[in-house]
Ligand binder design. Sequence first.
Ligand SMILES: C[S@@+](CC[C@H](N)C(=O)[O-])C[C@H]1O[C@@H](n2cnc3c(N)ncnc32)[C@H](O)[C@@H]1O
Length: 413
Amino acid sequence: MTRRRFVRARDADKERYEEATLLCTDRRRSHPHFFPLDPIADGDRFDSRLLDYGYRRWTDLFNDRQIFHLSLLAEGIAEFDEPVRRALAVAFSDHLTTNCMMTAYAASWRRLTPLFSIRAFRHVPRPVELNPWCDGTGRGTYPNTVRKLMRASDFARAPKEPVKKGGFKSVPLRRSASAPNIVCATAQDLAFVADGAVDMVLTDPPYFDNIAYSELAEFFLPWMQLVGLVSENDGRERIVLGSLIARRNDAEATTRFTAGLSDAFAEVARVLKADGLLVFSFRHAVPDAWYALTIALARAAFRATHILPAPGEAGVGLHAHEGTGLWDAVFVLRKGRARNDADLRVGPTGEAHVETLVAGWTRKLKRARLPFTDTDRLALRRAGLAAVALGLVGDVPDHDGSLLQDALNASAR
Ligand SMILES: C[S@@+](CC[C@H](N)C(=O)[O-])C[C@H]1O[C@@H](n2cnc3c(N)ncnc32)[C@H](O)[C@@H]1O
């Protein structure tokens, strides 16, 4: 495997590709309903790069041979009975990122890098195309993706947990009393959950303007509709435009984001038991993001009870560059009282508490495998200030504190 290398496409390879193009053209005529036609919508895009690159339809991100494969496979999957059909459709969706023209090759790793290994549509000048039917070797081929799903299913039947000194140990299978209910919908309306019914909400809210997830996920939408994972009604309107995302230096977008996030947290407060917990992680490089988060929590009447750093994913990903934070801040909150934006204050006791907290974690994480950098310290300080404004060390009398926004803005100095 270490001797893998690029070879130039020979005439025979090119002929086979041309043959696939002809077959694909014929099939488009004979089986039009197995080809998505959806255009890439040009309005309301957070990131216009796809259109700037000249892509107009979602299928433009695949070459003819890949489209031909996907169309045939979609038809094949439709013939299976449930629940196998659905599982095969999930694998289908999963293998799109490794079988498209935004699939690159990381020469130093000697492996393929899927679309979204960087959370963006990045132009790949030299895409790689795998044989999607390679079995065993080849990242993200269809058989290997099916196998990945089978491993997940095995895990669900015989779960394991990581142990501190490395490796995994088997843990007992815990079945909940009622059947799990997975709902794909906006967090701003949890009408399907009764008031005061939930012990803990463990979530991962959007990080202000960091990544337009739903815009990226739009890539999957036409195909998921084709293989029946998403209904035709669940189009862009609901999935993409209903997502919360702010834009830096855009007051209107920030107001919309804050209001939407507040609605989502208000729903969390409604469904939580009186002593229920809300736990989530957050990170961001600009004070405005922390401020928006705090306002949303304050309006929804949450009180912070704990704050701590936890390793984030950027440390291991291609996003990491110098100055990138490697740790997220974890918030633990309980139901409290609603606060106005003007009530969000940080007093001297709170400031001192935050400094002690940051210093304590800096000491504790000195020898951590994942470095706890200056960027991480700043993020934890901002999380701490937000938590103080949300009552972490008791309420701050108005005359005694500075406004949270000012404290956040001053935090980098
Ligand atoms: C920080 S990401 C979570 C990523 C996730 N933990 C993962 O590992 O894939 C925030 C997520 O919130 C979703 N989101 C945005 N607006 C939403 C809304 N109104 N309701 C529910 N989810 C929303 C985004 O699409 C995105 O997937």
